[in-house]
Design a protein around this ligand. Structure first.
Ligand code: GDP
Ligand code: IMO
Ligand code: MG
Length: 421
Protein backbone atom coordinates (compact mmCIF):
# COMPACT_ATOMS: atom_id res chain seq x y z
CA UNK A 1 0.00 0.00 0.00
CA UNK A 2 2.63 2.52 -0.96
CA UNK A 3 0.69 4.53 -3.48
CA UNK A 4 -1.06 7.60 -2.07
CA UNK A 5 -3.40 9.85 -4.03
CA UNK A 6 -3.81 13.61 -3.71
CA UNK A 7 -6.81 15.17 -5.40
CA UNK A 8 -9.11 18.17 -5.32
CA UNK A 9 -12.46 18.01 -3.53
CA UNK A 10 -14.01 21.11 -5.08
CA UNK A 11 -14.03 22.63 -8.60
CA UNK A 12 -10.25 22.59 -9.08
CA UNK A 13 -7.51 25.06 -8.14
CA UNK A 14 -7.49 23.92 -4.51
CA UNK A 15 -3.68 24.25 -4.38
CA UNK A 16 -2.74 20.73 -5.51
CA UNK A 17 0.51 21.82 -7.20
CA UNK A 18 1.80 23.61 -4.12
CA UNK A 19 1.04 20.71 -1.81
CA UNK A 20 2.41 18.00 -4.13
CA UNK A 21 5.63 20.01 -4.39
CA UNK A 22 5.78 20.43 -0.61
CA UNK A 23 5.17 16.69 -0.03
CA UNK A 24 7.57 15.56 -2.78
CA UNK A 25 10.59 14.99 -0.50
CA UNK A 26 8.79 12.03 1.13
CA UNK A 27 8.03 10.36 -2.23
CA UNK A 28 10.12 8.68 -4.93
CA UNK A 29 7.59 9.08 -7.73
CA UNK A 30 4.95 11.72 -8.57
CA UNK A 31 2.46 10.56 -11.22
CA UNK A 32 -0.28 12.50 -13.00
CA UNK A 33 -3.22 10.23 -13.86
CA UNK A 34 -5.77 12.32 -15.80
CA UNK A 35 -6.55 15.67 -17.32
CA UNK A 36 -4.19 17.59 -19.53
CA UNK A 37 -3.21 21.18 -20.23
CA UNK A 38 -6.54 22.36 -18.81
CA UNK A 39 -4.78 22.04 -15.45
CA UNK A 40 -2.72 24.88 -14.02
CA UNK A 41 -0.78 23.82 -10.93
CA UNK A 42 1.12 26.64 -9.23
CA UNK A 43 4.28 26.12 -7.20
CA UNK A 44 6.25 28.84 -5.44
CA UNK A 45 9.71 28.65 -3.94
CA UNK A 46 12.74 30.98 -3.78
CA UNK A 47 10.37 33.84 -4.68
CA UNK A 48 9.68 32.34 -8.11
CA UNK A 49 6.27 31.17 -9.25
CA UNK A 50 5.95 28.24 -11.68
CA UNK A 51 2.71 27.13 -13.34
CA UNK A 52 2.63 23.51 -14.56
CA UNK A 53 -0.02 22.22 -16.95
CA UNK A 54 1.04 18.73 -18.02
CA UNK A 55 4.17 18.04 -16.04
CA UNK A 56 3.75 16.54 -12.56
CA UNK A 57 4.51 18.83 -9.64
CA UNK A 58 7.53 16.84 -8.43
CA UNK A 59 9.64 17.99 -11.40
CA UNK A 60 11.73 20.49 -9.42
CA UNK A 61 13.08 17.75 -7.15
CA UNK A 62 16.05 16.15 -8.94
CA UNK A 63 15.76 12.79 -7.14
CA UNK A 64 12.12 12.24 -8.03
CA UNK A 65 10.78 10.37 -11.03
CA UNK A 66 7.73 12.08 -12.54
CA UNK A 67 5.28 10.09 -14.62
CA UNK A 68 2.64 11.27 -17.08
CA UNK A 69 0.21 8.35 -17.00
CA UNK A 70 -1.99 6.82 -19.68
CA UNK A 71 -5.04 8.71 -18.36
CA UNK A 72 -3.56 12.09 -19.31
CA UNK A 73 -4.13 13.79 -22.67
CA UNK A 74 -0.98 15.49 -23.97
CA UNK A 75 -0.74 18.51 -26.24
CA UNK A 76 2.84 18.31 -27.58
CA UNK A 77 2.94 22.08 -28.21
CA UNK A 78 2.07 22.84 -24.57
CA UNK A 79 4.50 20.15 -23.45
CA UNK A 80 7.41 21.76 -25.34
CA UNK A 81 6.62 25.24 -24.03
CA UNK A 82 6.53 23.90 -20.50
CA UNK A 83 9.80 21.99 -20.83
CA UNK A 84 11.50 25.06 -22.34
CA UNK A 85 10.34 27.21 -19.41
CA UNK A 86 11.24 24.88 -16.55
CA UNK A 87 14.91 25.80 -16.20
CA UNK A 88 16.87 22.53 -16.01
CA UNK A 89 18.34 21.40 -19.38
CA UNK A 90 16.34 18.90 -21.44
CA UNK A 91 19.09 16.29 -20.94
CA UNK A 92 18.41 16.49 -17.17
CA UNK A 93 14.61 16.57 -17.50
CA UNK A 94 14.59 13.40 -19.63
CA UNK A 95 15.94 11.60 -16.55
CA UNK A 96 13.21 13.00 -14.30
CA UNK A 97 10.16 12.37 -16.50
CA UNK A 98 8.62 9.24 -18.03
CA UNK A 99 5.57 9.29 -20.28
CA UNK A 100 3.01 6.58 -20.95
CA UNK A 101 2.89 5.40 -24.55
CA UNK A 102 -0.88 5.07 -24.06
CA UNK A 103 -1.51 8.73 -23.19
CA UNK A 104 -3.69 10.17 -25.97
CA UNK A 105 -2.52 13.18 -27.93
CA UNK A 106 -4.40 16.44 -28.27
CA UNK A 107 -4.17 17.47 -31.93
CA UNK A 108 -4.30 21.11 -33.06
CA UNK A 109 -7.69 20.29 -34.59
CA UNK A 110 -8.97 19.11 -31.17
CA UNK A 111 -8.40 22.62 -29.88
CA UNK A 112 -10.27 24.05 -32.84
CA UNK A 113 -13.13 21.59 -32.32
CA UNK A 114 -13.28 22.57 -28.63
CA UNK A 115 -13.67 26.23 -29.63
CA UNK A 116 -16.19 25.45 -32.37
CA UNK A 117 -18.36 23.32 -30.03
CA UNK A 118 -18.24 26.01 -27.35
CA UNK A 119 -19.22 28.80 -29.73
CA UNK A 120 -21.98 26.60 -31.14
CA UNK A 121 -23.44 26.18 -27.64
CA UNK A 122 -23.98 29.89 -27.14
CA UNK A 123 -25.35 30.60 -23.66
CA UNK A 124 -25.18 26.98 -22.59
CA UNK A 125 -21.42 26.74 -23.17
CA UNK A 126 -19.31 24.81 -20.63
CA UNK A 127 -16.72 27.56 -20.28
CA UNK A 128 -13.99 25.07 -21.21
CA UNK A 129 -10.34 26.04 -21.10
CA UNK A 130 -10.31 25.64 -24.93
CA UNK A 131 -7.33 23.30 -24.69
CA UNK A 132 -9.00 20.54 -26.73
CA UNK A 133 -9.71 18.32 -23.72
CA UNK A 134 -13.29 17.26 -24.55
CA UNK A 135 -12.62 16.41 -28.22
CA UNK A 136 -9.39 14.52 -27.37
CA UNK A 137 -11.12 12.34 -24.73
CA UNK A 138 -14.04 11.87 -27.12
CA UNK A 139 -11.66 10.45 -29.75
CA UNK A 140 -10.05 8.26 -27.09
CA UNK A 141 -13.31 6.66 -25.98
CA UNK A 142 -14.65 6.37 -29.52
CA UNK A 143 -11.39 4.57 -30.36
CA UNK A 144 -10.19 7.17 -32.80
CA UNK A 145 -7.29 8.59 -30.82
CA UNK A 146 -3.60 8.98 -31.57
CA UNK A 147 -1.39 7.95 -28.68
CA UNK A 148 2.05 9.09 -27.51
CA UNK A 149 3.54 5.74 -28.56
CA UNK A 150 2.37 6.36 -32.14
CA UNK A 151 4.87 9.19 -32.65
CA UNK A 152 7.64 6.63 -33.26
CA UNK A 153 5.76 4.96 -36.12
CA UNK A 154 7.16 5.50 -39.62
CA UNK A 155 3.76 6.51 -40.97
CA UNK A 156 2.99 8.91 -38.09
CA UNK A 157 2.50 11.87 -40.45
CA UNK A 158 0.01 9.84 -42.48
CA UNK A 159 -1.86 8.84 -39.31
CA UNK A 160 -1.94 12.48 -38.25
CA UNK A 161 -3.35 13.54 -41.62
CA UNK A 162 -6.09 10.91 -41.42
CA UNK A 163 -7.15 12.18 -38.00
CA UNK A 164 -7.02 15.75 -39.23
CA UNK A 165 -9.24 14.91 -42.22
CA UNK A 166 -11.87 13.47 -39.85
CA UNK A 167 -11.80 16.63 -37.77
CA UNK A 168 -11.97 18.92 -40.79
CA UNK A 169 -15.04 17.02 -41.99
CA UNK A 170 -16.77 17.69 -38.64
CA UNK A 171 -15.72 21.34 -38.72
CA UNK A 172 -17.49 21.80 -42.07
CA UNK A 173 -20.74 21.66 -40.08
CA UNK A 174 -19.71 24.68 -38.03
CA UNK A 175 -19.52 28.26 -39.17
CA UNK A 176 -16.20 28.68 -37.39
CA UNK A 177 -13.04 30.37 -38.71
CA UNK A 178 -9.68 28.94 -37.73
CA UNK A 179 -5.99 29.01 -38.57
CA UNK A 180 -4.57 25.52 -38.40
CA UNK A 181 -1.06 26.21 -39.76
CA UNK A 182 0.08 28.28 -36.79
CA UNK A 183 -0.96 25.55 -34.32
CA UNK A 184 0.42 22.79 -36.53
CA UNK A 185 3.97 24.14 -36.68
CA UNK A 186 4.33 24.36 -32.92
CA UNK A 187 2.60 20.99 -32.53
CA UNK A 188 5.19 19.22 -34.69
CA UNK A 189 8.01 20.99 -32.83
CA UNK A 190 6.39 19.57 -29.70
CA UNK A 191 6.43 16.08 -31.22
CA UNK A 192 10.19 16.44 -31.72
CA UNK A 193 10.55 17.40 -28.07
CA UNK A 194 8.40 14.45 -26.95
CA UNK A 195 10.63 12.05 -28.92
CA UNK A 196 13.55 12.94 -26.64
CA UNK A 197 11.71 11.53 -23.60
CA UNK A 198 11.20 7.97 -22.44
CA UNK A 199 7.77 6.96 -23.75
CA UNK A 200 6.94 3.47 -22.55
CA UNK A 201 4.52 1.10 -20.84
CA UNK A 202 4.65 3.16 -17.64
CA UNK A 203 2.13 0.81 -15.98
CA UNK A 204 5.01 -1.73 -15.73
CA UNK A 205 7.36 0.94 -14.41
CA UNK A 206 4.93 2.18 -11.75
CA UNK A 207 4.03 -1.34 -10.57
CA UNK A 208 7.68 -2.39 -10.52
CA UNK A 209 8.61 0.64 -8.41
CA UNK A 210 5.67 0.06 -6.08
CA UNK A 211 6.76 -3.59 -5.76
CA UNK A 212 10.23 -2.43 -4.72
CA UNK A 213 8.69 -0.38 -1.92
CA UNK A 214 9.17 3.00 -3.61
CA UNK A 215 6.70 5.63 -2.41
CA UNK A 216 4.40 6.95 -5.09
CA UNK A 217 2.05 9.94 -5.01
CA UNK A 218 -0.65 10.12 -7.67
CA UNK A 219 -1.41 13.78 -8.44
CA UNK A 220 -4.94 14.61 -9.49
CA UNK A 221 -5.96 17.46 -11.74
CA UNK A 222 -9.22 19.45 -11.70
CA UNK A 223 -11.51 18.53 -8.79
CA UNK A 224 -14.20 16.04 -7.82
CA UNK A 225 -17.01 18.43 -8.71
CA UNK A 226 -15.62 18.49 -12.26
CA UNK A 227 -15.54 14.67 -12.57
CA UNK A 228 -17.24 13.49 -15.76
CA UNK A 229 -19.46 11.01 -13.84
CA UNK A 230 -20.02 12.68 -10.48
CA UNK A 231 -19.54 16.40 -11.13
CA UNK A 232 -22.18 18.92 -12.13
CA UNK A 233 -22.69 17.35 -15.58
CA UNK A 234 -22.50 18.66 -18.27
CA UNK A 235 -20.46 21.46 -16.67
CA UNK A 236 -17.53 19.16 -16.00
CA UNK A 237 -14.27 18.12 -17.58
CA UNK A 238 -13.98 14.90 -19.63
CA UNK A 239 -11.99 12.64 -17.30
CA UNK A 240 -12.44 10.85 -13.98
CA UNK A 241 -10.83 13.21 -11.52
CA UNK A 242 -11.70 10.97 -8.54
CA UNK A 243 -9.52 8.41 -6.75
CA UNK A 244 -10.74 5.58 -8.99
CA UNK A 245 -9.23 7.56 -11.89
CA UNK A 246 -5.77 7.00 -10.42
CA UNK A 247 -6.14 3.23 -10.94
CA UNK A 248 -7.28 3.48 -14.56
CA UNK A 249 -5.03 6.45 -15.31
CA UNK A 250 -1.83 4.77 -14.16
CA UNK A 251 -2.58 1.05 -14.43
CA UNK A 252 -2.50 0.26 -10.72
CA UNK A 253 -4.67 -1.92 -8.54
CA UNK A 254 -6.89 -0.42 -5.80
CA UNK A 255 -5.07 -2.87 -3.49
CA UNK A 256 -1.98 -0.68 -3.73
CA UNK A 257 -3.66 2.52 -2.55
CA UNK A 258 -2.79 3.79 0.92
CA UNK A 259 -3.84 7.29 1.86
CA UNK A 260 -6.19 9.38 -0.24
CA UNK A 261 -5.59 13.04 0.51
CA UNK A 262 -8.46 15.40 -0.22
CA UNK A 263 -7.46 18.98 -0.68
CA UNK A 264 -9.87 21.88 -0.28
CA UNK A 265 -9.73 25.64 -0.07
CA UNK A 266 -11.06 27.19 3.14
CA UNK A 267 -13.72 28.68 0.84
CA UNK A 268 -14.84 27.68 -2.68
CA UNK A 269 -14.01 28.84 -6.17
CA UNK A 270 -15.12 27.82 -9.60
CA UNK A 271 -13.91 28.93 -13.02
CA UNK A 272 -16.13 28.36 -16.05
CA UNK A 273 -19.90 27.85 -16.14
CA UNK A 274 -22.25 25.65 -14.13
CA UNK A 275 -23.93 25.53 -10.72
CA UNK A 276 -22.16 26.88 -7.65
CA UNK A 277 -24.59 26.86 -4.70
CA UNK A 278 -22.56 29.03 -2.29
CA UNK A 279 -21.36 31.57 -4.87
CA UNK A 280 -21.15 35.12 -3.53
CA UNK A 281 -22.02 37.96 -5.89
CA UNK A 282 -21.34 40.61 -3.27
CA UNK A 283 -18.36 42.43 -1.78
CA UNK A 284 -17.28 39.36 0.22
CA UNK A 285 -17.02 37.42 -3.04
CA UNK A 286 -14.84 40.09 -4.62
CA UNK A 287 -12.75 40.33 -1.43
CA UNK A 288 -12.07 36.58 -1.63
CA UNK A 289 -11.14 36.97 -5.32
CA UNK A 290 -8.85 39.95 -4.77
CA UNK A 291 -7.16 38.83 -1.57
CA UNK A 292 -6.84 35.24 -2.78
CA UNK A 293 -5.69 36.29 -6.30
CA UNK A 294 -8.42 34.09 -7.67
CA UNK A 295 -7.71 34.29 -11.38
CA UNK A 296 -7.28 31.12 -13.44
CA UNK A 297 -3.71 29.75 -13.67
CA UNK A 298 -4.40 28.44 -17.18
CA UNK A 299 -6.76 31.00 -18.73
CA UNK A 300 -6.45 34.06 -16.46
CA UNK A 301 -10.26 34.17 -16.09
CA UNK A 302 -11.60 35.57 -12.79
CA UNK A 303 -12.67 32.71 -10.51
CA UNK A 304 -16.16 32.77 -9.03
CA UNK A 305 -15.88 32.73 -5.22
CA UNK A 306 -18.12 31.62 -2.36
CA UNK A 307 -18.31 30.07 1.10
CA UNK A 308 -17.25 26.51 1.88
CA UNK A 309 -19.88 24.01 0.76
CA UNK A 310 -20.02 21.02 3.13
CA UNK A 311 -22.72 18.98 1.34
CA UNK A 312 -20.54 19.06 -1.81
CA UNK A 313 -17.42 18.30 0.21
CA UNK A 314 -19.02 15.37 2.04
CA UNK A 315 -20.06 13.98 -1.33
CA UNK A 316 -16.48 14.30 -2.60
CA UNK A 317 -15.14 12.62 0.54
CA UNK A 318 -17.56 9.72 0.04
CA UNK A 319 -16.85 9.22 -3.67
CA UNK A 320 -13.07 9.32 -3.15
CA UNK A 321 -12.75 7.53 0.20
CA UNK A 322 -10.72 10.41 1.62
CA UNK A 323 -8.51 9.46 4.57
CA UNK A 324 -6.97 12.89 5.32
CA UNK A 325 -8.05 16.43 4.58
CA UNK A 326 -5.65 19.22 3.60
CA UNK A 327 -6.89 22.80 3.86
CA UNK A 328 -5.39 25.64 1.83
CA UNK A 329 -5.79 29.43 1.69
CA UNK A 330 -7.15 29.99 5.21
CA UNK A 331 -4.81 33.01 5.25
CA UNK A 332 -7.03 34.66 2.62
CA UNK A 333 -9.87 34.92 5.16
CA UNK A 334 -7.73 36.43 7.94
CA UNK A 335 -9.45 39.65 8.98
CA UNK A 336 -12.96 38.48 8.08
CA UNK A 337 -15.17 39.22 11.13
CA UNK A 338 -17.50 36.31 10.46
CA UNK A 339 -17.24 33.27 8.25
CA UNK A 340 -20.14 31.31 6.87
CA UNK A 341 -20.15 27.65 6.07
CA UNK A 342 -22.91 25.83 4.20
CA UNK A 343 -24.03 22.75 6.12
CA UNK A 344 -27.19 21.82 4.25
CA UNK A 345 -29.09 22.59 1.07
CA UNK A 346 -32.71 23.63 0.83
CA UNK A 347 -34.41 22.68 -2.43
CA UNK A 348 -38.06 23.69 -3.01
CA UNK A 349 -38.25 24.61 0.67
CA UNK A 350 -37.11 21.15 1.84
CA UNK A 351 -33.80 20.30 3.52
CA UNK A 352 -31.80 18.09 1.21
CA UNK A 353 -28.37 16.70 1.89
CA UNK A 354 -27.81 15.11 -1.47
CA UNK A 355 -26.51 16.85 -4.54
CA UNK A 356 -29.49 17.05 -6.89
CA UNK A 357 -29.38 15.29 -10.26
CA UNK A 358 -30.99 18.24 -11.96
CA UNK A 359 -28.45 21.00 -12.27
CA UNK A 360 -31.21 23.53 -12.83
CA UNK A 361 -32.50 22.93 -9.27
CA UNK A 362 -32.49 26.12 -7.24
CA UNK A 363 -30.32 25.31 -4.24
CA UNK A 364 -30.60 27.53 -1.20
CA UNK A 365 -27.57 27.06 1.03
CA UNK A 366 -28.24 26.80 4.80
CA UNK A 367 -25.39 28.52 6.60
CA UNK A 368 -23.81 28.31 10.02
CA UNK A 369 -21.92 31.44 10.97
CA UNK A 370 -18.62 31.09 12.77
CA UNK A 371 -16.34 33.70 14.22
CA UNK A 372 -13.52 34.92 11.98
CA UNK A 373 -9.90 35.45 13.01
CA UNK A 374 -8.17 38.80 12.97
CA UNK A 375 -4.54 37.68 13.03
CA UNK A 376 -2.39 37.15 9.98
CA UNK A 377 -1.36 33.48 9.89
CA UNK A 378 1.18 33.44 7.05
CA UNK A 379 4.16 33.13 9.40
CA UNK A 380 2.62 30.37 11.57
CA UNK A 381 4.31 26.97 11.33
CA UNK A 382 2.73 25.14 14.31
CA UNK A 383 -0.91 24.14 14.49
CA UNK A 384 -1.10 25.18 18.13
CA UNK A 385 -0.10 28.74 17.20
CA UNK A 386 -3.10 29.24 14.93
CA UNK A 387 -5.86 31.58 16.17
CA UNK A 388 -8.54 29.88 18.28
CA UNK A 389 -11.27 30.87 15.82
CA UNK A 390 -9.42 29.19 12.93
CA UNK A 391 -8.92 26.06 15.01
CA UNK A 392 -12.65 26.19 15.72
CA UNK A 393 -13.37 26.42 11.98
CA UNK A 394 -11.16 23.37 11.35
CA UNK A 395 -12.74 21.41 14.21
CA UNK A 396 -16.19 22.23 12.83
CA UNK A 397 -15.18 20.80 9.44
CA UNK A 398 -13.70 17.70 11.05
CA UNK A 399 -16.84 17.12 13.12
CA UNK A 400 -19.05 17.49 10.04
CA UNK A 401 -16.95 15.26 7.77
CA UNK A 402 -15.45 12.78 10.28
CA UNK A 403 -12.08 13.12 8.53
CA UNK A 404 -9.04 14.74 10.18
CA UNK A 405 -7.49 17.89 8.74
CA UNK A 406 -3.80 17.02 8.90
CA UNK A 407 -2.30 19.84 6.88
CA UNK A 408 -3.03 23.55 6.73
CA UNK A 409 -1.45 25.73 4.04
CA UNK A 410 -1.01 29.37 5.06
CA UNK A 411 0.46 30.91 1.90
CA UNK A 412 1.53 30.08 -1.66
CA UNK A 413 5.17 29.35 -0.86
CA UNK A 414 6.46 25.80 -0.41
CA UNK A 415 7.46 26.68 3.17
CA UNK A 416 4.10 28.21 4.16
CA UNK A 417 2.63 24.99 5.46
CA UNK A 418 1.66 23.39 8.78
CA UNK A 419 1.66 19.62 9.27
CA UNK A 420 -0.38 18.23 12.13
CA UNK A 421 -0.19 14.71 13.50
P1 GDP B 1 -4.14 23.75 -8.34
O1 GDP B 1 -4.68 23.77 -9.74
O2 GDP B 1 -4.99 22.94 -7.42
O3 GDP B 1 -2.69 23.35 -8.29
O4 GDP B 1 -4.23 25.25 -7.80
P2 GDP B 1 -3.82 26.58 -8.61
O5 GDP B 1 -2.34 26.65 -8.70
O6 GDP B 1 -4.57 26.69 -9.89
O7 GDP B 1 -4.43 27.69 -7.68
C1 GDP B 1 -4.06 27.83 -6.35
C2 GDP B 1 -3.51 29.24 -6.15
O8 GDP B 1 -3.41 29.51 -4.78
C3 GDP B 1 -2.10 29.40 -6.70
O9 GDP B 1 -1.93 30.73 -7.10
C4 GDP B 1 -1.22 29.09 -5.49
O10 GDP B 1 0.05 29.73 -5.55
C5 GDP B 1 -2.05 29.67 -4.38
N1 GDP B 1 -1.97 29.00 -3.08
C6 GDP B 1 -1.84 27.68 -2.79
N2 GDP B 1 -1.94 27.47 -1.46
C7 GDP B 1 -2.13 28.68 -0.90
C8 GDP B 1 -2.34 29.13 0.43
O11 GDP B 1 -2.39 28.36 1.38
N3 GDP B 1 -2.52 30.47 0.62
C9 GDP B 1 -2.49 31.36 -0.41
N4 GDP B 1 -2.67 32.65 -0.14
N5 GDP B 1 -2.30 30.97 -1.69
C10 GDP B 1 -2.14 29.65 -1.93
P1 IMO C 1 -6.64 22.36 -12.07
O1 IMO C 1 -5.95 21.03 -12.23
C1 IMO C 1 -10.29 24.70 -12.48
C2 IMO C 1 -12.94 23.65 -15.82
C3 IMO C 1 -13.12 24.65 -16.93
C4 IMO C 1 -14.53 24.33 -17.36
C5 IMO C 1 -14.61 22.81 -17.22
C6 IMO C 1 -14.34 22.05 -18.51
O2 IMO C 1 -5.75 23.53 -12.25
O3 IMO C 1 -7.43 22.39 -10.80
P2 IMO C 1 -12.17 21.57 -19.97
O4 IMO C 1 -11.15 22.50 -20.55
O5 IMO C 1 -11.60 20.58 -19.02
O6 IMO C 1 -13.02 20.93 -21.00
O7 IMO C 1 -13.16 22.53 -19.13
O8 IMO C 1 -13.61 22.47 -16.27
N1 IMO C 1 -11.54 23.27 -15.52
C7 IMO C 1 -10.86 23.66 -14.44
N2 IMO C 1 -11.21 24.51 -13.45
N3 IMO C 1 -9.10 24.07 -12.44
C8 IMO C 1 -8.76 23.19 -13.41
O9 IMO C 1 -7.65 22.42 -13.32
C9 IMO C 1 -9.63 22.98 -14.50
N4 IMO C 1 -9.59 22.23 -15.62
C10 IMO C 1 -10.78 22.41 -16.23
O10 IMO C 1 -12.98 25.96 -16.47
O11 IMO C 1 -15.44 24.88 -16.45
MG1 MG D 1 -5.24 25.18 -11.17
Amino acid sequence: MNIDILLGLQWGDEGKGKIVDALSPVYDVIARFQGGPNAGHTLEFNNVKHVLHLIPSGIFHPAILNVIGNGVVIDPAVFKKEIDKLGPPVSELTKRLAISNKANLILPSHRILDAAYESGKGNSKIGSTLKGIGPAYTDKTSRNGLRAGDIFKKDFRKLYNEHLENHLAILKNYDFKFDLKEHENEWFEGIEMLRKFSISNTEYLVNELAGKGKRILAEGAQGTMLDVDFGSYPFVTSSNTISAGACTGLGISPKLIGNIFGIFKAYCTRVGCGPFPTELHDETGSDLRNIGHEFGSTTGRPRRCGWLDLPAMKYSIMINGITRLFMTKADVMSGFKAIKICTEYKINGKICNELPFDIDSVIEPVYTELQGWETDIKDKREFDDLPIALKGYIEFIEAQTSVPVTMVSVGPDRKEIIFRN
